[in-house]
Design a protein around this ligand. Sequence first.
Ligand SMILES: NC(=O)NCCC[C@H](N)C(=O)O
Length: 258
Amino acid sequence: MPSKKALVRRPGPRLAEGLVTHREREKVDAELAAEQWEAYVAALHGHGWETFEVEPADDCPDSVFVEDTVVMYRNVALITRPGAESRREETAGVEEAVAALGCSVNWIWEPGTLDGGDVLKVGDTIYVGRGGRTNAAGVQQLRAVLEPLGARVVAVPVSRVLHLKSAVTALPDGTVIGHIPHVDRPALFPRFLAVPEEPGAHVVLLGGSTLLMSASAPKTAELLTDLGFEVVPVDISEFEKLEGCVTCLSVRLRGLYA
Ligand SMILES: NC(=O)NCCC[C@H](N)C(=O)O
């Protein structure tokens, strides 16, 4: 049976200094962020996920957004080269963590840049956002690593938000969901469902028809519940102030067997 393991990294002392690109800076409440992070991890545990904490990278304000540092495909962990220089040192601890879990490790190399938040997997189709953080060399390297393993890599432009997964994610049936004002080209996705709120575009698949979502998207939660999904809401307001969303706080390792 496939394992349900996930990497997480607790927020560091410099969290409030995290990058903001597409929104105004708002004051982050570090204590509340720590509580929200614990609740997020508890929600994973509550749905059968075993979490592994990556060593802290306390000099890096954005290190809690662990999704950006590695792309998992089957048992292969592709260590990224984050587009923001202040985030490059985050990858060392993640590399150690995935190696310890038995993954086969690969890397994005200079001049490539790629953030995990730009990579959306829908079955064996891997959408990669070419935007502010991921460059053409990063896309090429992603293709070179994952296509021989059976993936089909589809590059899509991202100009309105930080990452591809800030704009779109996918339901368990493969339908891509997004908030239209933030999606460059909805027609690139074979099955697309528009959702009424920006944070409603982000779902973490917990297994079966259960979705972890931000509590700040109640109308989308209602829409998805009405379509037969079970929604697990988590309040991540402090991470949203830093352009984070539910996906970026963990990396699920679904291709491992244990
Ligand atoms: N995958 C994600 O959605 N990552 C969010 C990263 C937010 C962080 N403040 C950054 O700008 O890199």
